[in-house]
Design a protein around this ligand. Structure first.
Ligand code: KE4
Length: 432
């Protein structure tokens, strides 16, 4: 497969952009080789700078749930752009999308638009701290909430459960207010809360994780968090930047029937444009400036073009709930096919999936938290990723990510993915 143009672009990009990319995971560091530079996309397919076509299973890390260049979204963006790209003033469209989000997402009575999932999560934490008057937050190891300082925290060593900076530039002062616990471990969180009485402002987690790969909440876990937060006056925040509007119109909170106090959103909400949002109970959201004392702002928040894309996307999903059945069925067909190949080859790799999200882990262990996810053979995953690219299938370039299935996939694409999986596995296992 000729990727000369991508190679040349990557060499040039590294002169002017740190690592040659505008977001680290795109650099293929976890899988080896150089990143492909994408020229265009349509439906279920990506086309790189050398004209190679790939069946797409990242979908821009979630947003492109209907597939790329969907005519409804494109038309909305083009139409809005003709009336200027930004006013920095309120518009009717923001009111309409806010009402629609409040209608779709069980926990949301009021919502504030921002420009990324990171901004949404940073803001939600600040509001929770302002609302409770408390400083500490509990973060789950392996969950990712964007690059806000409070979240770039590694698990404390041993008994020390306060966090330590997970990136240069994050101060110890910041880290000491982020406590970390393993995922799916209610007892560990109960202990942490009891050890820090009246000090925890919020618990934030991905209810279904994507950022350690897909893991599902253990039976009773989300319900236990809900009861704990009710008892202790802690703000329960579901980070649904990935799962929001993906697993159901109302996200994971609709699927699992557990309603958080606040929800953060991103990705699908913008239809591919840079949009994030945070919302929740009116009692909490009324703490946000200018209604309340907690400051948060943004020049391009709610800008008319992003709102046009987001409104077109959410309206379509709201009016066509059959999309969710379609993408779940497509995903089930892929999962069944992959499992069938693995069984035929005598492999017991763990595959976690829900709705249109799945991760194939290169370990036989049950994967339910970050420690078990890290038991995967990362070198083998890297070789598998490259082999799938050669077969024309574009996966997430990291073991610790979810794949996302779009409604644009055809049954023929599903067959191609499963066949490619068999060829790629046989290829990489013969290299061992
Ligand atoms: P953004 O700031 O990237 O829009 O959103 C941050 C974020 C927050 N919460 C969750 C659950 C997320 O998955 C994300 C971003 N996800 C990554 C994929 N693991 C985006 C890809 C990237 O970082 O380039």
């Amino acid at each position: 497969m000729n990727t000369n143009r991508s190679q040349a672009l990557f060499t040039q990009a590294q002169q002017y952009i740190p690592g040659g990319v505008n977001s680290p995971v795109r650099a293929f560091k976890a899988v080896g080789g150089n990143p492909l530079f994408i020229e265009s996309a349509k439906g279920a397919y990506l086309y790189d700078a050398d004209g190679n076509r790939y069946i797409e299973l990242i979908n821009s890390w979630g947003p492109m749930i209907l597939g790329h260049a969907h005519e409804l979204i494109e038309e909305a963006v083009v139409k809005a752009a003709k009336s200027s790209l930004s006013f920095g003033a309120p518009t009717a469209r923001e009111v309409i999308i806010a009402e629609l989000i409040a209608d779709m997402v069980p926990s949301i009575e009021k919502v504030r638009m921002v420009n990324s999932g990171t901004e949404a999560c940073m803001s939600a934490i600040r509001v929770a701290r302002g609302y409770t008057g408390r400083d500490k937050i509990i973060k789950i190891e392996g969950c990712y909430h964007g690059h806000g300082d409070s979240f770039l925290i590694a698990a404390g060593s041993g008994a020390a459960t306060f966090g330590i900076p997970d990136s240069p530039g994050v101060t110890r002062g910041t880290a000491q207010d982020t406590l970390t616990v393993p995922h799916n471990n209610l007892a560990a969180i109960e202990t942490l809360v009891n050890d820090n009485p009246q000090q925890i402002a919020a618990i934030i987690l991905e209810p279904v994780t994507g950022n350690m790969g897909v893991t599902l909440p253990k039976r009773g876990y989300l319900e236990g968090l809900r009861r704990l937060c009710d008892r202790e006056g802690i703000v329960l925040i579901f980070d649904e930047v990935m799962t929001g509007f993906r697993l159901a119109p109302g996200g994971a909170q609709e699927v699992f029937g557990v309603t958080p106090d606040m929800t953060t959103l991103g990705k699908i909400i913008g239809g591919g444009m840079p949009v994030g949002a945070y919302g929740g109970k009116a009692e909490i959201m009324d703490y946000v400036s200018p209604a309340g004392p907690v400051y948060q702002a943004g020049t391009l928040s709610g800008n008319p073009v992003s709102m046009a894309a987001g409104l077109a996307m959410l309206t379509y999903l709201h009016e066509h709930p059959e999309v969710y059945e379609r993408i779940s069925n497509l995903t089930q067909d892929i999962v069944n096919g992959i499992r069938g190949v693995n069984e035929k080859l005598g492999l017991n790799y763990t595959l976690n999936h829900i709705g249109s999200m799945y991760t194939l882990f290169f370990t036989g262990a049950e994967v339910y938290d970050f420690a078990t996810a890290k038991e995967s053979d990362l070198a083998l995953f890297g070789r598998y990723f490259q082999a799938m690219l050669q077969q024309g299938v574009y996966l997430a370039p990291s073991q610790f990510e979810s794949l996302f299935v779009s409604a644009a996939l055809s049954d023929a694409d599903v067959s191609h993915i499963v066949n490619a999986h068999e060829v790629a596995l046989q290829q990489v296992l013969s290299q061992k």
